[in-house]
Design a protein around this ligand. Structure first.
Ligand code: GAR
Length: 206
């Protein structure tokens, strides 16, 4: 049984999609905790209702990024995670923290990486005039919104789109893609070779 710890900063809709899929599909894992860097993150209430342990580590209580990440790491590690899932966790992470979870930390980013890393991805996509946009799930490395790509999904950019309409179309895909990618990890199907993720076929039932 693998332990998963999910980090959120706000709404937590991707976290909810993962929790629901894990339960509905009977994944061989336990969502051990949901941790937020903001006490007012809406997603915490959902996690608590589901009987999942919740923790808050407030970033502004710490004098430096290193001090915050050290406390966050200690909090995460109390739950002995096999996988750390960043689900709308809006923090730049220190290299030491990222290294500690190398190969066992996933992130979702609302663009087709390597295009449009950082903030305001939908605004960036509209400004660039791309006709296809989307979402990426990737392993986390020290470089922001980079790292071996596990899965991507695309959506069309339509005439008249605003940031909100585009974000909404992407979010629908996020809620399908992230549970799928986390499930692959839980099933032990992901490997990384020279920065490229390979996805093994599902094990055949004996
Ligand atoms: C999602 O769209 C996620 O892809 C994005 O924040 C949103 C969180 O929504 N993440 C990033 O931009 C990370 N760079 P949620 O809290 O409802 O899952």
């Amino acid at each position: 049984m693998k332990n998963i710890v999910i980090l959120i900063s706000g709404r937590g809709s991707n976290m909810q999609a993962i929790v629901r899929a894990a339960k509905a599909e009977g994944w061989p894992c336990r969502i051990a905790a949901v941790i937020s860097n903001r006490a007012d993150a809406e997603g915490l209430a959902f996690a608590a209702q589901q009987g999942i342990a919740t923790e808050v580590v407030v970033s502004k209580d710490f004098p430096s990024r290193e001090a915050f990440d050290a406390q966050l790491q200690a909090t995460i590690d109390r739950f002995a995670p096999d996988l750390v899932v960043l689900a709308g966790f809006m923090r730049i992470l220190t290299p030491g923290f990222v290294e500690h979870y190398a190969g066992r930390m996933l992130n979702i980013h609302p663009s087709l990486l390597p295009s449009f890393p950082g903030l305001a991805t939908h605004r960036q996509a509209l400004a660039a005039g791309v006709k296809v946009h989307g979402v990426t799930v990737h392993f986390v490395t020290a470089e922001l919104d980079h790292g071996p790509i596990v899965a991507q999904a695309t959506v069309p950019v339509l005439p008249g789109d605003t940031e909100d309409t585009l974000a909404g179309r992407v979010l629908v895909e996020e809620h399908v893609l992230y549970p799928k990618a986390v499930r692959w990890y839980v099933e032990g199907r992901l490997s990384i070779d020279n920065g490229v993720v390979h996805i093994a076929d599902a094990a055949q039932p004996a």
